[in-house]
Design a protein around this ligand. Sequence first.
Ligand code: SAH
Ligand code: SF4
Ligand code: F3S
Length: 475
Amino acid sequence: MSMGSTKVLEESKQGEATMVEGPDNGKKLYLESYGCQMNFSDSEIVASILAKSGYTTTRNAEEASLVLLNTCSIRENAEQKVRNRLNHFNNTKKKNPELLIGVLGCMAERLKAQLLEEEKLVDIVVGPDAYRDLPGLVEEVTDGRKAVNVLLSREETYADINPVRLNSNGVTAFISIMRGCDNMCSFCVVPFTRGRERSRDPESIVHEARYLHQEGYREVTLLGQNVDSYRWNVTKKGEVIDPEKETVNFAQLMEKVALVAPDLRIRFSTSHPKDMTDDVLHTMARYDNICKYIHLPVQSGNTDVLKRMNRGYSREWYMNRIDAIRRIMPDCAISTDIIAGFCGETDAEHADTVSIMKEVEYEFAYMFKYSERPKTLAERKFTDDVPEAVKQSRLEEIIKVQSANSLKRNKASVGQTFEVLVEGVSKKSDGKLFGRNTQNAVMVFDRGDIEVGTYVNVKAVDCTSATLIGEVVQQ
Ligand code: SAH
Ligand code: SF4
Ligand code: F3S
């Protein structure tokens, strides 16, 4: 076992291998991630922290000495999936009693030590703000103790950690710009599992973007639960903290990252309708390398439902934000999140969601049935009273409307030529490549001698509701 500073081969579940500096203790980590992009981004931080104490990642759970599941609590079925996986690893552990199993992320935070008692096979439980403690906890458990750290922090942003890129295509990467959420939407468990909102030092963000660009990456996605409330050196009330230092809001942060290199594309997620300013939209419009795409979750098209959801905006306010996007960036794509069957939702209120979808004509949508989560405002204040069958039929209607919207949007793109960043070989055909245009539409086209990680002009010649079929335009 070598403890010197050697180059360690980091292997990911599906992607390419990356080299990181660190000692090699011969032990292998198998890491599985669920939930949102932030959780996947956190897994890269976890891999980096454990690489420093000698763990290399493996895509084969059988050869791992440490299995970590980075979990999600957003809906009941997300937790069920993880419980099924834990049962599966229970069997692996029967064959290999030395194997350590840990639960990270939002389920760890929500259920805390309960996970150790309920799921007897779990050895380690670590919440999203305690990952620096992982090496110590692994050691503790090796000594025969159960290890838990679910403390939430007001400061932790992991700003100094250079994440190990897992499952990477070498072209696109996530950068976390903030953690936590202070919004308290009544349906949402995130404020309880991720703690208070805090922003990361802008310098460290720009530094990470610069590093990624040098490494050949050509697109970064800035991540936060509500990127529009990013703030540096300013209090929530708008008071400057240190007058000697500059203050940075989200529009300014985006500009700083856009200036890193003209061929580094910027995306971001998630925007919040109550906080998204025209300033952000003008900054987007000013820079070609900021992608013309906004994920703006509406949740419901009815103002009373939005009030019960504690979203902080009305239908009119939301439509005003849509109008601002259309006015400032006529070519900007918009996607959304929708919840069907929230507490007390009537047929008429559901009809308002359908009508707002038809009005906006989203390019894309993530659509969910409401799932009651313990401790949330909605669980305490309202009854989850929309019958399952009604939730289901409303969701189906919503999905139908969205498929029609997506197809209509894609059809309107046929005949147009787009600049596409090539991300990899198409899953369906070896002879084809895929990438996305600035509006985030996936385009598939012949491979030829085009390289992954380059920009090509592609003309859309046909489409499905999910993909644009393209032909490369000679340049
Ligand atoms: N921060 C983001 C959303 C994070 S969660 C935002 O504010 O938009 C992603 C999506 O999951 C939410 O937009 C919502 O549509 C959905 N979601 C959250 N809690 C849910 C619940 N209890 N039941 C069903 N869907 C939920
Ligand atoms: Fe949840 Fe609302 Fe925060 Fe999004 S903004 S993470 S939906 S509480
Ligand atoms: Fe899930 Fe936690 Fe993200 S609940 S959606 S993994 S913040």
